[in-house]
Design a binder for this molecule. Structure first.
Ligand code: ATP
Ligand code: ZN
Length: 222
């Protein structure tokens, strides 16, 4: 896909909650992004870096497969991918301080929840089955997980599940669906992830320079 293998590639979310923050971070690091030949990719004119605009769910794969050297993705999405792909070769370079949200166990207002043991034998709807599975295993609880790709908050009302585990930031969505948060499963923020594979010296030097600049920007925001 990329003719120019001398350049670094970073995958960022095309549209959505992380898209603007990701572009802003690169811009603040001095990367002047010029319009790409199509809406999938763009080039940085003053640094050997190309941007790839994708669905957030695809970012871990792009990085782990080495299609991209770097990616900016929600820790929740990366963690779910990592649990399902234990051999994946990547590392988290930095936590980025945006895209903060929490995966929470929630249920209908009035449902009994004292501890994870309250989930025993119950059905839990989620888009993060592997993270939930680990949470249950850590607590020594057996439940059945119902994987849904969206509209998880409707599951209790539809009778699909007793509880949900979903992303919460303000709690407005839970409220609107008559749900209450009971427990925290995973605290997330956007992360910079890096592929772990050998690159040539020039590319490695460019990567270090980019990381230095990003660290500089992040330091001003702490
Ligand atoms: P895409 O079209 O790229 O698949 P999406 O709809 O899956 O996008 P977004 O809703 O844009 O994803 O969320 C991207 C990430 O933003 C989430 O994975 C999560 O890390 C973070 N995030 C922060 N706050 C929230 C929130 N309130 N709801 C959902 N995600 C949030
Ligand atoms: Zn997505």
């Amino acid at each position: 896909m990329f003719a120019d293998t001398d350049r670094l590639h970073i995958a960022i979310q095309k549209n959505g909650r992380l898209a603007d923050y990701s572009r802003d971070l690169l811009r603040d690091a001095g990367m002047r992004v010029v319009k790409g030949v199509n809406d999938l990719a763009a080039r940085v004119e003053n640094f050997p870096l190309d941007l790839l605009f994708v669905r957030d769910d695809d970012i871990p794969t792009f990085v782990a497969d080495g299609v991209c050297d770097f990616g900016i993705v929600g820790g929740n999405v990366l963690e779910e991918f990592a649990l399902g792909t234990p051999d994946a070769k990547f590392e988290i370079v930095s936590r980025l301080g945006f895209g903060r949200c929490t995966l929470k166990i929630a249920g209908k207002d009035g449902v009994e929840y004292a501890s994870p043991a309250s989930l025993s034998g119950k059905r839990i709807a989620t888009s993060y089955p592997l993270i939930v599975n680990r949470f249950l295993a850590d607590a020594g609880v057996e439940s059945s997980i119902v994987t849904m790709n969206g509209a998880v908050e409707l599951a209790p009302r539809l009778g699909i599940a007793d509880f949900i585990c979903d992303i919460v930031s303000t709690g407005a969505t839970l409220d609107a669906n008559g749900l209450v948060a009971f427990d925290t499963v995973y605290e997330s923020e956007a992360v910079l992830v890096r592929a772990q594979r050998p690159v040539d010296a020039a590319k490695a030097a460019a990567a270090e320079q980019m990381l230095g600049r990003l660290e500089g920007v992040l330091a001003t925001k702490e």
